[in-house]
Ligand binder design. Structure first.
Ligand SMILES: [Zn+2]
Length: 122
């Protein structure tokens, strides 16, 4: 039986079991060397918290754009934080805290392309 997928500790994307990991699947945390090298830094935790705070400030059903979290953490220099903000959002989806939507529908954050919005999990 193939083990259940897990979620990358960095980018928050699903990690499907692969045969080459058969012996150490338990210890797999990262989907790629890039994610392992990048790790999760203080700024990444700040982005997670910014998403939580922004959603807490809005109506229960309101959604936000990941760029709002990037701006809150990065100020003027927010653009480099856009992809980190999306990674933070995926980690929060994995934690069951939020949902990622496109056109008001919940989408799979592992595969969603293009603009996304974030809202509290329902
Ligand atoms: Zn990853």
């Amino acid at each position: 039986m193939t083990p259940e997928p897990k979620v990358c500790a960095g980018c928050g994307r699903r990690i499907e079991w692969r045969r080459r990991w058969a012996d150490d699947w338990e210890s797999v945390r990262w989907c790629s060397d890039a994610c392992r090298r990048r790790g999760v830094k203080a700024v990444d935790r700040d982005l997670e918290q910014a998403i939580r705070d922004l959603l807490a400030e809005r109506a229960r059903d309101a959604s936000i754009c990941p760029s709002e979290a990037a701006r809150r953490v990065g100020g003027e220099d927010w653009r480099p934080l856009m992809e980190p903000a999306r990674r933070a959002a995926r980690r929060l989806v994995a934690a069951g805290e939020i949902e990622v939507t496109q056109k008001g529908r919940v989408v799979d954050p592992s595969t969603a392309k293009g603009a996304i919005r974030l809202r509290r999990a329902r």
